[in-house]
Design a binder for this molecule. Structure first.
Ligand code: ADP
Ligand code: MG
Length: 265
């Protein structure tokens, strides 16, 4: 990549939730402009918490986040213009159509009516929702919902896109469709920060990957670099050797009440 500008710089970031869970315990990394960067890790690793702090939905405990050279804490609204994000849980208005939701989002970003119309045509085409644009969201399939959510995140033409598990719950064919949209956006120059617990997704899409476990980055590099560094043949082997995991199983609480205890007595 000729342009080596760092568009995201995260330093010593931590998050302790009220109640004491140390979800993120000192994370430092950077993303270069135009890069497709993956944050891979088992469930509960702290991926969503990290991403949510980067888009200012969760307040950090300590550390710093700089996006396009701007400190997030000091100038959040400057950063909102530059970023788009699609969260892990999608919240669509079931009684609105894709076109209506795109219009609303455009107005929230203070775009002119003209620009909103242009963006809607462009985005409906990009995510292939033109045919269903005037149907209620309640009628959309899982992949249509993800596509609409993606289009909504792009209405203001952000330069950096944050995606949290964008293919969760989708079948293999639908995942491929979303991957194609993301590849196209990245090809057009967009920087993409993606979290996933799917190794194939990280391998297919990301130029560079950080593997996160228990609130910390355990290793980072290109897929080829990670394989060489850890003497592994697949990313799955790297994942298992660095996280010791469990492949996404969260720990069970042994002390929880047992709802079947009485019936067994
Ligand atoms: P991931 O996205 O990698 O699955 P999360 O960032 O969602 O991980 O969660 C990291 C840890 O923080 C987990 O132990 C989770 O239970 C905890 N956690 C996440 N959100 C909250 C919250 N709002 N309040 C308290 N604990 C939370
Ligand atoms: Mg998550």
């Amino acid at each position: 990549m000729p342009d080596e500008k760092l568009i995201i710089e995260v330093k010593d970031l931590t998050k302790t939730y009220p109640g004491g869970t140390e979800a993120v315990r000192g994370v430092t990394f950077h993303v270069k402009e135009g890069e497709f960067f993956g944050f891979l890790g088992p469930n509960g690793a702290g991926k969503s918490t990290t991403m949510n702090m980067m888009v200012n939905l969760v307040k950090k405990t300590s550390g710093s986040i700089t996006i396009d050279g701007i400190d997030l804490e000091q100038h959040p609204s400057e950063i909102y213009k530059r970023i788009g994000f699609a969260m892990q849980e999608i919240g669509l208005d079931e009684t609105a159509t894709a076109r209506e939701m795109l219009q609303l989002h455009g107005r929230l970003y203070h775009l002119s009516s003209e620009r909103i119309s242009e963006q809607i045509s462009k985005l409906l085409k990009l995510v292939e929702l033109e045919k269903v644009a005037d149907r209620y969201a309640s009628t959309y399939s899982g992949v249509m919902r993800r596509r609409l959510d993606l289009a909504l995140s792009l209405i203001h033409e952000p330069r950096i896109l944050f995606l949290d598990e964008p293919t969760q719950g989708l079948d293999p064919h639908a995942r491929q469709l979303i991957w194609n949209h993301l590849r196209e956006l990245n090809r057009q120059g967009m920087t993409i920060f993606l979290t996933t617990h799917f190794m194939d997704e990280a391998e297919q899409l990301c130029e560079r990957i950080a593997i996160m476990d228990k609130g910390q980055i355990v290793t980072e590099g290109t897929v080829a670099g990670l394989l060489a560094e850890h003497s592994c043949k697949t990313l799955e082997e790297v994942f298992l050797s660095t996280t010791g995991s469990n492949l996404g199983e969260e720990e069970v609480n042994e002390n929880a009440a047992d709802p079947y205890a009485r019936s067994r007595m």
